[in-house]
Design a protein around this ligand. Sequence first.
Ligand code: NAP
Length: 180
Amino acid sequence: MEQKNCVFIATSLDGYIADKNGGLDWLYSIPNPDHLDMGYVDFTSKIDALVMGRVTFETVLGFDVEWPYQKPVFVLSNSLEAIPDSHKDKAFLVNGDLNEILEQIHQKGHHRLYIDGGGTIQSFLKQDLIDEIIISTIPILLGGGYPLFSDLPNALEFEFVGSRVYLNQVVQNHFRRKKT
Ligand SMILES: NC(=O)c1ccc[n+]([C@@H]2O[C@H](COP(=O)([O-])OP(=O)(O)OC[C@H]3O[C@@H](n4cnc5c(N)ncnc54)[C@H](OP(=O)(O)O)[C@@H]3O)[C@@H](O)[C@H]2O)c1
């Protein structure tokens, strides 16, 4: 069974995934009258589960909408004591060594994983555990906020898979980790 860890995320031109206040309004700054999903539904149809950082999890819980995920969500946190009762059948707390966490998730039958949240993606990248990155770049400079990337112990080469432009504004690039 193919195992892979994928990122599907939108960033500002200067590489932030949320503004200085954690706000996401800028993601919706490009008029999208037909509610184009920009590949999200197709992407999520090809994953088995999500691994999400605690901050993203709490952000989603704070949205005034129904729980948006059909797949199990593994929430990475060292501080959270428990998943709220309302979401105990949908989200599962994990922490510790990332390779051991992945092993546990694979044993549950989830092999293609959607890795979400800046800090979480950075943790995975530090251990070279990301296989694919699909980044949609929104043409705005936020000037600060929650960064997608941070320092790495060494450079990681990716190869280009494809590129699309949505709404004549949003550039979506797909990269795959180059394994030598
Ligand atoms: N633009 C987009 O498409 C997009 C997508 C996703 C999220 N966002 C936004 O990005 C912001 C959140 O980003 P974020 O950088 O704060 O990242 P995050 O990954 O959502 O949350 C970071 C937290 O995850 C936990 N974590 C990460 N790595 C860990 C590890 N190896 N072991 C244990 N726990 C670990 C820690 O939780 P503890 O502190 O509890 O230990 C850490 O503080 C939110 O505003 C969210 O809405 C935007």
